[in-house]
Design a protein around this ligand. Structure first.
Ligand code: GTP
Ligand code: SPV
Ligand code: MN
Length: 613
């Protein structure tokens, strides 16, 4: 034990990790987990670690400079019911955060982690979840300890990794410990489920046990970038949200608008941020990618609402990604990109990868393995139609590979935010877009975002639920405080953003999406920019301003979409009145919800009643 302690400090020193607090942290957890060695990593170690992972069979090549990994079959998505926010203050208990008392939760995790990395290397990942030099830097640095090499490779792609990020910070860094555990023996989904994904928010400590899946294992991303971040933001005056962030430039007017937007997991953030303008609109507009999953948002010293993407990469959903739906994504995962694919189908002969919606299904089955590693050619007849890829299979690639990444994506000052949108998978009720100019109504709209959950969370696909601002799985404090915090932060901004609710997922009676989505989503966003700058006026409705049909640029839309346009651009008042009842029940769960939110609710309800009369 004494020897190990001496060694840890020496190993860290040798790797240039000189922060004494980090050294103590690593020593402590190396002792608890029983790791046999300690290794500090930086982005420069990627090539070596990839080679080691290939050698160990943890990765296989997917063509030149691209890789494939398969995960344990019961470890393919976030496990929301196993995710806990723990603090020492009972008042932090919220409806969605599975709050537990900090001290006993920590004890439980220490018990689970004790000796659980025996014989393994403990990798020390010093990281920053921000462009270096930002005003929020002091909340963005962390050190993840993990016993999993694959997690290191993902972290190198998704965050900025290197000892310099933490050397000068003293005690001001998030402590993260990830122990994979014996995945085949964790009782996933049983009453004796050993998985625990804990954020000790008031200690700025994250302890995750029992998974190697992204959202459960890349502690910089979800646990720090969203859960710890939102707690720190609440205490320190900024917002941390599961938002994409994009810029749209209108070359004709020279105006540029930056839009942030919350869509629940696997509901279109990556695709929207990567979108290209529809071909039919020529080269008038172009979209720049800032972020696809997380935005940290604050009001600067001039009173300007700004935001940045704290990530360094994209962990994107593979399903339905192809040259037509998202050519930008396809270009960002080409051979040589260093991309890592997880749980897609893999051809061990040709090293090709494939997923549902990639294009035509390969007809020559030779060499193809499904996401479980089973030979597709040998499938029993009753499994012939099973998906080849897991619905939550993903690709990981660095932002630098994304063709439309903004020139200033790395600017520590972030960008001004002009619009905030919410949307999700809502098969009816929600029109294509409705704009909201009042801040409290905009915040109310985010809080009542109702949509279908997706395969990004285990066992929840298709469940209709409220997902406030798309933060339900990541909220680390109570909703009433969250609502107030939103009102406070946005209230300070002198450039009040315009809000909007969008829906790309309206369906007809046969279940077909009536809006073509993807690149075409730029059309309603262009309308929103034009509304904000007074170029169009829209049509008022009880739930916001809708586009008049001729205010949308319809060039090149197909006949079928044009025929459905009236459905897309109108609201069903009766259906909405019913929704108001559900919302009332939903919001009533949250003690102390700010009065302006209730007032917004009552205004919308009254406007709907008036419309009916
Ligand atoms: P997370 O990374 O889980 O937070 O998800 P995300 O919100 O970034 O979702 P993403 O953009 O990766 O999309 C998830 C799924 O929705 C993919 O299968 C997309 O192909 C599909 N999708 C995205 N945009 C659209 C759209 O406009 N229309 C339709 N029909 N599907 C879409
Ligand atoms: C999500 O589930 O919302 C994701 C993927 O963005 S993960 O990073 O795994 O949480
Ligand atoms: Mn997400």
């Amino acid at each position: 034990m004494v020897d190990a302690v001496v060694n840890v400090a020496a190993v860290l020193e040798a790797a240039g990790l000189t922060n004494r607090h980090v050294q103590e942290f690593v020593e402590h957890w190396a002792g608890v987990t029983g790791a046999s060695s300690v290794q500090v990593v930086s982005a420069a170690d990627d090539e070596r670690l990839v080679a080691e992972a290939l050698e160990a069979g943890e990765l296989v090549p997917a063509g030149e400079g691209r890789y494939y990994a398969r995960s344990y079959v019961k470890d393919t998505a976030r496990a929301e019911e196993r995710t806990i926010v723990a603090t020492g203050d009972e008042r932090d208990r919220g409806t969605y955060n599975n709050w537990r008392p900090g001290a006993e939760t920590k004890e439980k995790l220490v018990e689970l982690m004790t000796g659980a990395s025996a014989g393994r290397t403990m990798y020390v990942i010093p990281y920053l979840m921000a462009p270096a030099g930002s005003p929020l830097d002091r909340y963005a640095a962390g050190v993840e300890l993990t016993d999993n090499r694959g997690v290191v490779l993902q972290m190198i792609r998704m965050s900025r990794v290197g000892a310099d990020n933490v050397n000068d910070l003293g005690d001001d860094f998030v402590r993260g410990v990830h122990v994979t555990g014996d995945l085949a023996n964790l009782g996933q989904g049983t009453p004796d489920d050993k998985r625990h994904f804990v954020t000790l928010a008031d200690e700025r400590t994250i302890l995750h046990f029992g998974s190697s899946y992204g959202g459960n294992a890349l502690l910089g991303k979800i646990a720090h970038g969203l859960r710890q971040g939102s707690y720190d933001g609440w205490k320190n005056g900024f917002l941390v949200e599961q938002f994409m962030l994009l810029g749209i430039t209108d070359r004709q007017t020279g105006r540029k608008y930056n839009i942030a937007g919350g869509f629940p997991s696997a509901s279109g953030k990556t695709n929207l941020a990567m979108t290209l303008a529809p071909e039919a609109l020529g080269d008038r507009y172009y979209v720049e990618f800032y972020g696809d999953d997380i935005a940290w948002i604050w009001v600067d010293e001039d009173g300007v609402l700004r935001g940045f993407n704290p990530e360094n990469g994209v962990f994107g959903v593979a399903k339905d990604t192809n040259e037509r739906t998202n050519p930008t994504a396809i270009d960002s995962i080409v051979p040589g990109s260093g991309a890592i694919f997880t749980n897609v189908a893999y051809n061990e002969r040709t090293q090709d990868v494939w997923w549902e919606g990639r294009g035509d299904k390969p007809t020559d089955l030779d060499g193809w393995l499904d996401w479980k590693g089973e030979r597709i050619a040998d499938r029993a007849p009753e499994h012939a139609d099973d998906p080849w890829a897991h619905p939550n299979s993903r690709f990981t690639t660095q932002l630098a590979n994304v063709p439309n990444v903004a020139k200033d994506w790395d600017d520590p000052r972030g960008v001004e935010i002009h619009g905030i949108i919410f949307g999700g998978r809502t098969r009816d009720r929600e029109p294509l877009i409705r704009a909201i100019t009042d801040v409290a109504e905009g915040v109310y709209d985010g809080l009542t975002l109702g949509a279908e959950a997706t395969a990004a969370a285990d066992g929840l696909e298709g469940v209709l639920r409220y997902d406030p601002m798309s933060m339900r799985p990541f909220l680390s404090y109570p909703e009433a405080d969250y609502a107030q915090h939103w009102l406070d932060v946005i209230g300070q901004a002198r450039n009040q953003p315009i809000f909007a609710h969008v829906n790309w997922f309206q369906r007809d009676a046969e279940g077909r999406f009536i809006w073509p989505g993807y690149r075409e989503n730029l059309r309603p966003l262009v309308w929103l920019m034009r509304l904000r700058s007074g170029e169009v006026t829209g049509v008022p409705s009880p739930v916001g301003i809708l586009p008049a049909r001729d205010e949308l640029d319809l060039a090149g839309l197909d006949e079928r979409t044009l025929a459905d346009l009236d459905t897309l651009l109108t609201i069903d008042v009766e259906r909405w009145r019913q929704e108001i009842g559900y919302r009332e029940e939903h919001l009533a769960q949250f003690d102390g919800l700010p009065e302006p939110i209730w007032a917004a609710h009552r205004r919308v309800a009254a406007a709907l009643d008036a419309e009916r009369e």
